[in-house]
Design a protein around this ligand. Structure first.
Ligand code: DGY
Length: 319
C-alpha cells in the first residue's frame, strides 16, 4: 500500500506502516503544502494521513485515483467532506479517545490561567515589575464553589467535569442528547438548556464538534447572557463561537475573560484580540503531549492496517 502523509507526525505509526511493507511518503517540509500540491502527491496513494488544517473537500476527494482510506490525524474531522468520501467508497477515520485527557487538561489550564491571570503575572515578573507582595496584586477569581457550564458532554466534556469536581465546582452541562442518569450522577452534573447554562455559569467550556448545527452555537445573543464575571474557554473548534462578538464582549468588559486554543479563522485572530489582557491565547495545542501525539500516530496506522488487511477500519466516522 502507498501511504501519503500530508505533514510529518510522530514516528510510531510510520514505523508500523513501514514494518508491514507500506511505501510511506511523508511530507517533511516546514511550510504547509498547498491543496494543489497535496492533491498531486495524494493522487495515486492508497491511504492518506491528513491533518485538521488540510481542506479535504469534494474536489480533493474526486481527484484521488486509488485511495481507500483518509485517516485524519485528529478527533475532529470537519476539514473533510465525509459525504463526498462516502460517495466514492473511501473510508474516513479519526483518533477518538486517545486525546481526551490531554485536551481536558488544556481546557483546565486555560480556565486557571485566565481566572488567576497566570500569563499576565508571569510577564509582570519577567519585566522586573515585582517589587514585593501587595494585597491587591493580580486579583483573580476562585474556582472553588463556582459553577462550570460544559457545552458538549462527550468524552472530553466528561473529562473536564471530572477535573471540575476535583476543584470543588458545581457542574452543569448542555448536550445534544441528555446523558443517562447514572452518568449525570457520576459527575453530579445537571442538564440545562443552553441559554440557561450561559446565564448561570461562572466558567463555560466548549467541547462540541464543529457541524452545521454547532456553527456559532455561542452567538452574540448567547454571549450577552453571560455573567460579567464569567470566563469562557474554547478547546474544541473556533467557529462554534462567534469570535467577533466574543472579542467585543471582552473588550467592553461585559465578561471577565476568555481562553482560546482554537480560532474562528485559524490561524488568524480577530484583530485586536492579541491586545487584550483578559485573554490567554494558545496555538491549538489541546492534544500536544508526547504521549498523546504518539498514540494518535499509532491510531491512524492501525486504521490503515485494518483496511490493508480487509477489515472495516476501527475508527470509521460514519456508520
Ligand atoms: C483534534 O484532534 O481534533 C484536536 O483539535 C487536535 O488534536
Amino acid at each position: 500500500m502507498k501511504v501519503f502523509v500530508t505533514y510529518d507526525i510522530p514516528d510510531k505509526g510510520i514505523k508500523m506502516l513501514l514494518e508491514r511493507g507500506c511505501e510511506v511518503d511523508v511530507y517533511k517540509g516546514e511550510e504547509f503544502l498547498t491543496k494543489e500540491e497535496m492533491m498531486e502527491r495524494a493522487a495515486d496513494a492508497d491511504a492518506i494521513i491528513t491533518q485538521l488544517r488540510d481542506p479535504i473537500d469534494r474536489e480533493f476527494i474526486y481527484s484521488l485515483k486509488k485511495a481507500k482510506i483518509i485517516a485524519n490525524y485528529a478527533v475532529g474531522y470537519n476539514n473533510i467532506d465525509v459525504g463526498a468520501a462516502r460517495e466514492r467508497g473511501i473510508y474516513v477515520t479519526n483518533t477518538p479517545g486517545v486525546l481526551t485527557e490531554a485536551t481536558a487538561d488544556i481546557a483546565f489550564a486555560l480556565i486557571l490561567a485566565v481566572a488567576r491571570r497566570i500569563v499576565e503575572a508571569d510577564r509582570f515578573v519577567r519585566e522586573g515589575k515585582f517589587v514585593g507582595w501587595k494585597p491587591k496584586l493580580f486579583l483573580g477569581y476562585d474556582l472553588f464553589g463556582k459553577t462550570i457550564g460544559i457545552v458538549g458532554m462527550g468524552r472530553i466534556g466528561q473529562a473536564v467535569a471530572r477535573r471540575a469536581l476535583g476543584f470543588g465546582m458545581r457542574v452543569v452541562y448542555h448536550n445534544r442528547r441528555r446523558l443517562p442518569e447514572d452518568i449525570e450522577h457520576q459527575y453530579h452534573a445537571t442538564y440545562l438548556p443552553l441559554d440557561e447554562l450561559m446565564k448561570v455559569s461562572d466558567f463555560i467550556s466548549i467541547h462540541t464538534p464543529l457541524t452545521k448545527e454547532t456553527y456559532h452555537l455561542i452567538d452574540r445573543e448567547r454571549i450577552s447572557l453571560m455573567k460579567p464575571t464569567a470566563i469562557l474557554v474554547n478547546t474544541a473548534r473556533g467557529p462554534v463561537v462567534d469570535e467577533q462578538a466574543l472579542y467585543e464582549a471582552l473588550k467592553e468588559g461585559k465578561i471577565a475573560g476568555a481562553g482560546f486554543d482554537v480560532y474562528e479563522n485559524e490561524p488568524e485572530l480577530t484583530p485586536g484580540l492579541e491586545k487584550l489582557d483578559n485573554v490567554v491565547l494558545l496555538p491549538h495545542i489541546g492534544s500536544a503531549t508526547y504521549e498523546t501525539r504518539e498514540r494518535m500516530s499509532e491510531m491512524v496506522a492501525l486504521n490503515i492496517i485494518d483496511v490493508m488487511e480487509g477489515r472495516i477500519p476501527r475508527n470509521l466516522v460514519y456508520e
